[in-house]
Write a protein that binds this ligand. Structure first.
Ligand code: NDP
Ligand code: GDR
Length: 357
């Protein structure tokens, strides 16, 4: 039975990846942080009483800032595969705590790589590093000739998060080249799901739409509506992570849908799912959206009601304006194919939020 160790197992991707690996017959170990209240909601359905027989899912207390803890967990587990998904992953928040982000997202990656080396597991343990499309920074001049970002596009991070992740990217590549480790970077474009953290823009929108439709929220406040993102579904992307570690040779891969959508259009799409049509007024910092029509008898709101307002407090000091990825290499070498479109993703998120709100 193969053993996998996942950092960030309590997060969106960690939970989907744990499900996938358990289905594939892995013994799955996860690193979770001690918190003052429960933080395992996304994985509680996987957890069994550790006193039962045949328990293939185990959690270890730990933190990417603590080298000794990481060394001990890896020594105990002796994993065949490590997936480093742990990170302070919010781009806007990274401007408020840049040093912490450098420590967790940057040096945390180094700590895992060094632990593998110190423990003599260089030729046994494969490692996946959660790199990101934030590395590109959305610089228009760095796109390829087809107008996409791919594995050869230059990096230009635009946040402390991006800067920390660029260290993670290069140190992973360096350990692969220096020590012959099976170490891969997945350069993943945005991926969402009903399990997405509530402060990322898609989930913030789908939750607000469900709340507004049910008259439980008055108005949604958002930042830059003009940003464009290549949004896929987390379930598709964890499949790609696993495939990266099943090849003969380690390499770096972009996972993306190849389509980009403006935040404003995701907002329109989400309200349309509950039968509400919007009309926009004003521009930039003063932009608002009002109810134009309600086509669903279950969700009737007063016509002309303001349901969205721009709040510049959500703007970032430096923004990534547009991201669109070229997944050709992953499709060709890994046989990876995303199943969701942004529309089916949005529909699933709205349906789940309507059920739980
Ligand atoms: P989440 O924010 O949902 O999850 C992050 C996980 O990291 C949580 O389990 C969190 O624990 C854990 N974590 C945070 N700080 C530490 C720490 N100091 N030590 C150990 N663990 C820690 O992120 P996603 O699941 O969306 O993303 C997974 C990874 O992929 C991240 O590295 C992210 O940066 C990267 N990525 C994500 C993309 C996306 O669109 N989702 C795109 C590209 C890359 P806790 O629950 O206790 O907070
Ligand atoms: P991102 O995701 O920064 O791309 O990072 P996020 O959903 O936070 O922002 C996407 C875009 O929406 C704009 N935006 C808002 N964003 C948030 N969070 N809240 C708002 O109210 C709001 N209004 C507009 C943002 O300015 C931005 O342009 C995600 C994370 O998962 C990273 O960890 C990952 O590396 C990248 O995706 C790829």
């Amino acid at each position: 039975m193969k053993k996998a160790l996942i950092t960030g197992i309590t997060g969106q991707d960690g939970s989907y990846l744990a499900e996938l690996l358990l289905e594939k017959g892995y013994e799955v170990h996860g690193v979770k942080r001690r918190a003052s209240s429960f933080n395992t909601q996304r994985i509680d359905h996987l957890y069994l009483d550790q006193h039962e027989n045949n328990v293939h899912f185990k959690l270890h207390y730990g933190d990417l800032t603590d080298s000794t803890n990481i060394i001990r967990i890896i020594q105990e587990v002796q994993p065949d595969e490590i997936y480093n998904l742990g990170a302070m992953s919010h781009v806007k928040v990274s401007f408020d705590m840049p040093e912490y982000v450098a420590n967790v997202d940057g040096l945390g990656t180094l700590r895992l790589l060094e632990a593998i080396r110190i423990l003599g597991l260089t030729h046994k343990t494969k490692i996946y590093q959660a790199s990101t499309s934030e590395l590109y920074g959305g610089m228009p001049s760095n796109k390829n000739e087809k107008g996409f970002y791919d594995e050869n596009s230059p990096f230009y991070p635009r946040s402390p998060y991006g800067a920390a992740k660029i260290y993670g990217f290069w140190i992973t590549k360096n350990y692969r080249e220096a020590y012959g480790m099976y170490a891969c970077n997945g350069i993943l474009f945005n991926h969402e799901s009903p399990r997405r953290g509530e402060t990322f823009v898609t989930r913030k929108i789908t939750m607000a739409v469900a709340n507004i439709a049910k008259n439980k929220q008055d108005c949604l406040y958002l930042g830059n509506l003009n940003a464009q993102r290549d949004w896929g579904h987390a379930k598709d992307y964890v499949e790609g992570m696993w495939r990266m570690l099943q090849q003969e040779k380690p390499d770096d891969f972009v996972l993306a849908t190849g389509e980009t959508t403006m935040v404003r259009d995701f907002l329109i799409m989400a309200f349309e799912e509950v039968g509400i049509e919007l009309v926009f007024e004003g521009s930039q910092e003063n932009e608002i959206a009002k109810v134009l029509r309600c086509n669903n008898p279950n969700y009737q709101l007063p016509l002309g009601k303001t349901v969205v307002k721009v709040d510049p407090n959500y703007y970032r000091p430096t923004e990534v304006d547009l991201l669109i990825g070229d997944p050709t290499k992953a499709k060709t070498i890994l046989g990876w194919q995303p199943q969701y479109t942004v529309k089916s993703l949005c529909k699933e998120m709205i349906e789940c939020d309507l059920k739980t709100i």
